[in-house]
Write a protein that binds this ligand. Structure first.
Ligand code: KDO
Length: 341
């Protein structure tokens, strides 16, 4: 080996050594390691970007980034792009998903006691809903959810009050007037029961397919809270809203128990606080929007009609009280709900 070659070899070894030292101490790989050590929180929801319960996840992410900078990697997936509507609880129990906003209907499948919150005309308004779930009833019911589903509800999100929304106009005063109407419902037994109790012919369809179903006429109508009718643009393909107000609907920001187990107590507390901030943001904005939204639909040319709500209430309550669902409701729970004001 010539002297020149020896020097070149030494220089290249030195560069190698320097690179190794940089790697060990260093800049690039260290940031990688840091990113990997962040706790990943994958979120999946069918919500459309314009809806409050989609936007609330950004509030969750920002709140957590402020309270626990660099500790979490929050990944928001809207439009059911990660998991199909209704499959989130199973994904969470398997450890494939950390967070979602799940409905009373999702919960009732595995926790039959919870079906009381799928029944029409049980909860009266959003304020009562918050009192129910932030009080002793919520504590008891969420404990059941955690035990039976391996997920923990962290906050209660007011999804809105569900109303009937039809493709063509018709006179609707009582449930009898919905006879034969193919009313789209999400595709589970509990949802279909609600559609039937309203007097319609319930037709199962995933949320993401409702717009086209209305446009093409495979369904005659759907029911959802009015802010969702606006955000998902159902008003473009329907002509009437019937203010049945049949369900003061709630969804629950929930986390998998596996994810909770991987956190320190301080991190758990921060995640819970972020979930509560997200729900508060949604609830405030949704309630405000609901108070003035009818005007929007009228301007869009929709007919907004008020049925005989008492007739709907009576029919729906009778259907539930005579059903097998009611047999699963904990004794005295309905009275306790009614006494929560
Ligand atoms: C729907 O499919 O009608 C529904 O309103 C049911 C809710 O439980 C919830 O899944 C909601 O869709 C989605 O978040 C989309 O808004």
């Amino acid at each position: 080996m010539t002297l020149h070659n020896t020097i070149a070899t030494l220089a290249s070894r030195r560069r190698l050594l320097a690179a190794t030292v940089a790697l060990a101490a260093g800049t690039f790989p260290l940031s990688d390691v840091k990113a990997q050590s962040k706790i990943i929180l994958r979120i999946s929801t069918p919500a459309v970007p314009d809806d409050w319960h989609a936007k609330m996840w950004t509030v969750f992410k920002d709140t957590l980034e402020k309270s626990a900078p660099g500790e979490f990697d929050v990944q928001i997936n809207l439009n059911a792009s990660l998991f199909k509507q209704g499959t989130e609880p199973a994904a969470m129990a398997r450890g494939n998903l950390e967070l979602s906003s799940i409905s009373a209907f999702d919960i009732a499948k595995l926790v039959p006691e919870f079906s009381i919150f799928t029944a029409g005309y049980v909860v009266h308004d959003p304020a009562q809903q918050q009192k129910i779930f932030n009080g002793p009833i919520g504590t008891e019911m969420f404990k059941l959810v955690s035990e039976k589903m391996d997920i923990t509800p962290l906050s209660t999100v007011y999804l809105g009050t569900r109303q009937v929304n039809l493709r063509d106009t018709r006179s609707v005063k009582t449930p009898a007037d919905l006879k034969g109407v193919k009313l789209r419902m999400p595709g589970t037994r509990e949802w279909l029961f609600l559609g039937e109790a309203l007097g319609a012919t319930p037709t199962p369809l995933a949320f993401g397919e409702v717009y086209l179903g209305l446009k093409s006429g495979t369904i005659d109508g759907q029911e959802n809270p009015l802010p969702t009718v606006r955000a998902a643009k159902f008003y473009e393909v329907t002509k009437q809203i019937v203010l049945t107000g049949h369900l003061v609907d709630g969804i629950f920001i929930s986390i998998s128990n596996k994810a909770l187990a991987g956190m320190s107590p301080a991190q758990r507390q921060k995640v819970t606080a972020a979930a509560q901030a997200a729900a508060a943001y949604n609830n405030e904005n949704r309630i405000k929007e609901e108070a003035q939204i009818v005007e929007f639909f009228k301007k869009e040319g929709l007919q907004v009609s008020t049925p005989d709500v008492e007739a709907f209430r009576k029919a729906v309550q009778t259907a539930y009280l005579n059903s097998d669902y009611a047999k699963e409701w904990p004794k005295g729970l309905l009275d306790r709900i009614n006494a929560t004001r």
